[in-house]
Design a protein around this ligand. Structure first.
Ligand SMILES: CC(C)(COP(=O)(O)OP(=O)(O)OC[C@H]1O[C@@H](n2cnc3c(N)ncnc32)[C@H](O)[C@@H]1OP(=O)(O)O)[C@@H](O)C(=O)NCCC(=O)NCCS
Length: 140
């Protein structure tokens, strides 16, 4: 997604977003100018999934993902996070996740993220792509 086709993101953001995804509660769509990558996933042209990787002032890269209510637990979150990871050349990616968000924590652990810091209500997690062994079924 580029700043030229942000309309699809505007439509996604018209949804009531889950309370565990607060990225846009203090940002406008213009923030995507600072993203390495922004993706909106659609089903029948309806935007139901969102993900990004951005960089902060300390050159730390952060991942965000959100599937709207009603479409969760269908593999879309896994697909979005995998897409983001595979389409950036950086190796170290961070995220924060509420401790109560057990589905998200399971997803991130499944894809190789490890908890690196613990705070009162949330964890900081980190993926090192260079130190993660992918598995692939090679059954014939
Ligand atoms: C967290 C979120 C991104 C996960 O995406 P999803 O599409 O719902 O999850 P998936 O279907 O890809 O499942 C990924 C993993 O999560 C876990 N999971 C998902 N739904 C689950 C459920 N109902 N029960 C138990 N585990 C579940 C499983 O570990 C699953 O892996 P598996 O299917 O291989 O067992 C999505 O639920 C979401 O957007 N939630 C609201 C916003 C949010 O919390 N964003 C993350 C902020 S850090």
């Amino acid at each position: 997604m580029t700043p030229n086709n942000v309309e699809i993101l505007d439509i996604f953001l018209e949804n009531k977003l889950p309370s565990t995804f607060r990225y846009f509660s203090r940002r406008t769509v213009d923030c995507i100018r600072n993203h390495l990558i922004t993706i909106v996933g659609t089903i029948n042209s309806i935007p139901i999934a969102y993900g990004h990787i951005d960089k902060d002032d300390t050159d730390t890269y952060w991942l965000g993902v959100c599937i709207i209510d009603g479409y969760q637990s269908n593999g879309y979150g896994t697909a979005i996070v995998n897409y983001l990871i595979e389409h950036v050349s950086i190796n170290i990616i961070h995220l924060t996740v509420d401790k109560i968000n057990t589905n998200a924590i399971s997803l991130y652990k499944k894809l190789g993220f490890l908890v690196v810091d613990e705070y009162d209500t949330y964890y900081k997690m980190r993926l090192d792509k260079a130190y993660h062994v992918q598995t692939a079924s090679i059954n014939r």
